[in-house]
Design a protein around this ligand. Sequence first.
Ligand code: SF4
Ligand code: SF4
Length: 467
Amino acid sequence: MSSTAVQAPIFPSFAQVFQGLVGQIGQLRQMAPTPTLPEATRVRRAIATLIAETNADEAVWLESCIRCGQCTSACHYFQATGDTKYAPLRKMNLYRRVYQREIGPFRWWYRLVTRPIGLKDLEALQELVYDSCSECGRCTMVCPMGIDIASLVHHQRSALVAAELVPPELAALQMEQKQRGTVFGASAEALHRMVDTIRERAGVAIPLDKARAEVMVLSSAVDLVGNGNGLLATARVMNHLGVDWTICSDGFESANFGLLSGDMALWKRQVDPIVAAAKRIGAKTLVIAECGHAYPALRWNPTLKGEDLPFEMMYMSEYLGRQAKAGRLRLRPLQGRVTYHDPCKTGRRGGAFDEPRAVLRAMQADFVELPANKEFNWCCGGGAGIFLLERATRLRDESFKIKMRQVDMTGAEAVVVSCASCRLNFEAGRHKNQWNKRVESLVELVAAHLLDDAPQGAQSPIEEAAA
Ligand code: SF4
Ligand code: SF4
């Protein structure tokens, strides 16, 4: 298999980017804001948030658990530790108490027989809804009652935002994005600098801020603060396809620390400029960078409910897959055996299973599935911001071993991922365990295998073989 670092040596390898980011992440704890509100106010705000976010779905979910325990064995944090504290049904308990005391039909009774929620309850909740839940949805998928535990966890993250109880690393980035609109300092100026660097040193043009374009592409902080290879690869692929594309410097950031922290106002504030820019330029397609949580942040943004959007939102792997299926992506064969890790948010939640596999087929890859794949894929352990949390290190490391064992069973030399957060977590696991597998980004792999002289619209090798 060709190495992406060899194809684009002007930027550091992803392993080096990872080392640099670890240093920056280590400083986040010192930058986190400290609580300012009185204890009673924090508790009141948390309860009010849960009441406000409880609609018919949430009420039914909170009423209908039959304690069957099927969700327990589906959760990687339970599987990795054997500790029933991390059972998904326990992650709903506080929300259920609020529901029973404040909303449910027997609230008068529950107020008599249960104790009120206090700050200590909310502090204990922090580990359950941040450190030990990546909102991967695997428990949701197996629940016979159709309870969306991951969504209930997310509502509780919102409650902890109101109670000023976001874990420090996430709180620091939430604050930065709220106050300055950046993540790790990745500003519009940083985007301009990276575009200039890519043009000058790699000779690859990125059409920035076009007035009109068919396709609008997002970038991400990871691309701009270190991994220039990600943006360079994206540009190479888009230019190879010959599409009318652009990146808008007033709406380019995929990362959304509103979604990750549970801060709904920030979630919306990050999405609004992207939607406005896509409308302004008349985009037909919005391509979301390889940033797993950015997909739900845009696709299922509750603040967009009811709004007709004149463009289609697509994750990078979906976009690449459609191009591969249409024969527009002409690729050299990929050497060596690979497997693919489905990011939870784009896979189990989004259903983008066939497209990344179509890309690997177009590279004639010796591809082998993980033992549990597609909707049954296990989270890598670092999703939904957990990769950033120092306190979650043990949980993250232990659950990554599940993934490592599964990759080892395939005999693959490399695991392909299509999410920067998964990739960082894989890189951390690889480093800690002296693991001999390579971790490849799908878009970087595609860029490294482009047949640049291929005529547009021709059949892909896999289709020619099938014809
Ligand atoms: S959403 Fe995933 S991490 Fe969270 S409780 Fe369910 S299985 Fe565990
Ligand atoms: S699988 Fe569903 S019904 Fe069973 S314990 Fe878990 S949440 Fe409750």
